[in-house]
Design a protein around this ligand. Structure first.
Ligand code: ASP
Length: 432
């Protein structure tokens, strides 16, 4: 029997089922079964989404760019997009810093827990032991490393890792640009190829989306059960981190329901209240998928579908803004990095001066741009933010426990912002 429900209802149903099952699995101690037989279903779904990301980015960017009338219109589109990305990211960090300074979650940590944490993590060795290799690598790099990293040495190398999406975008941008610049008849065969690839890839997305409800259910179930397993002994720590987690989640809600509407009203052409309802209805399924996968890149296939089909954004705009946005526009991540840095500083009893806060503003923007669109990337890049105010990267150990949960919220805000920027940029475009 086929369930005739719209996609978002099916995904929502899958999510609820996953949550109920995850909760039961914790209560009934089904962790073994969940790990062995449920988690693989979620992993397969996640892999399918990741599998499609690189071909989707290349095909959509190249066909999108090739539809540009001239280089000047591409330049206008690029400038508008980047200005909006930066504006929303700066605003997001400012909101995060405002909340963290107002609520002071780090000062609310019970003294005993703070002392315990400080004792175990101020010793550099103990703390550094908690850092992943990736975090140690980031620690040794310049803050602008992401600019160097955005240029691939080899296209196959770039396309072999979804964490290198920015490199794939650079290649696709150059390719698309060159295709606009060569005489039309010379570019035509390549354009035909990419148009055909684009159509086929979109069909693959449809096929993958047909199993989204099952994938989302399995992902939610395994995330919950893993969270419970990991925090088993550290439940008091998780609770102590409650006000920090609430600051991040509260901030994300402000982004979603205050900042985003304001930005839409301010910057989108002829934006009315009905458009806001239409906007939320259109992006809701992508938000659900972002929440379940914690990856903007994995959500990209659905983001495309929602933005092009339901927000009626032109393919050439979506093809440019969405892949770039998924990779560099991360409002939720930047807000989280601002809050997390202030929280860690407070927990370690450090007073942050005004210039420290300005440094945090700047480096959180940079670190979010440099974060890959995959689960947990924002926490890795937090190293840069902490280093910028002279803090030990080992402080990250304080906030590891609730990170996966917060990643779900920040990815939702990241994807929503990409949809928003593509909508605004599209509203300023003329012609088809
Ligand atoms: N998971 C986020 C994303 O894909 C990045 C992060 O870890 O903040 O958008």
């Amino acid at each position: 029997m086929r369930l005739k429900l719209p996609l978002y209802q099916k995904i929502l149903l899958g999510m609820l089922l996953g949550i109920v099952y995850g909760w039961l699995s914790i209560q009934q101690d089904w962790q073994f079964f969940t790990f062995n037989y449920i988690q693989p279903l979620g992993d397969v779904f996640m892999r399918l989404l990741q599998l499609i990301a690189v071909p989707l980015v290349i095909a959509s960017l190249v066909t999108g760019l090739a539809q540009m009338k001239d280089i000047a219109s591409l330049g206008r589109l690029g400038v508008r997009t980047v200005i909006l990305f930066l504006t929303t990211t700066f605003l997001a960090v400012a909101i995060g810093l405002g909340i963290a300074n107002l609520i002071q979650p780090g000062n609310q940590l019970p003294l005993s827990i703070r002392q315990e944490l400080q004792a175990s993590y101020t010793s550099e060795e103990a703390g550094n032991g908690q850092l992943s290799n990736k975090q140690k690598q980031v620690e040794a790099q310049p803050a602008l490393q992401f600019i160097t990293d955005s240029v691939p040495k080899n296209i196959f190398g770039a396309a072999s890792d979804n964490g290198n999406m920015l490199q794939v975008i650079t290649f696709a941008l150059l390719l698309g640009l060159a295709m606009v610049m060569v005489p039309a008849e010379q570019g035509k065969p390549l354009l035909n190829f990419f148009e055909s690839l684009n159509a086929v890839v979109l069909k693959m997305v449809d096929l993958i989306m047909s199993v989204a409800p099952i994938g989302v259910a399995a992902l939610m179930a395994s995330v919950l059960s893993n969270l419970a397993a990991k925090s088993g002994g550290a439940l008091d720590l998780l609770l102590a981190l409650g006000s920090y987690a609430l600051c991040v989640i509260g901030g994300i809600f402000i982004l979603l329901f205050v900042m985003n509407p304001l930005v839409l009203f301010l910057f989108a052409k002829k934006f009315r209240f009905e458009d806001l309802k239409r906007f939320y209805a259109a992006v809701f399924p992508a938000q659900l998928l972002a929440f379940s996968t914690s990856s903007s890149a994995a959500t990209l296939p659905l983001t495309f579908e929602r933005v092009e089909q339901h927000l009626k954004v032109r393919p050439r705009v979506a093809g440019f803004v969405l892949p770039l946005g998924a990779t560099i526009n991360m409002d939720g991540t930047s807000l989280y990095q601002g809050v997390a840095a202030v929280f860690i500083a407070q927990a370690f009893g450090l007073d942050l001066s005004f210039s420290d806060q300005l440094t945090l503003l700047l480096t959180s923007v940079l670190a979010s741009i440099g974060s890959a669109a995959v689960p947990g990337a924002g926490m890795v890049m937090l190293v840069i933010v902490l280093k910028s105010i002279g803090m030990d990267a080992a402080g990250i150990a304080l906030i590891i426990a609730p990170d996966r949960l917060l990643d779900m919220f920040r990815t939702t805000a990241n994807v929503t912002s990409d949809c928003m920027v593509s909508y605004i940029v599209n509203s300023h475009e003329t012609g088809d």
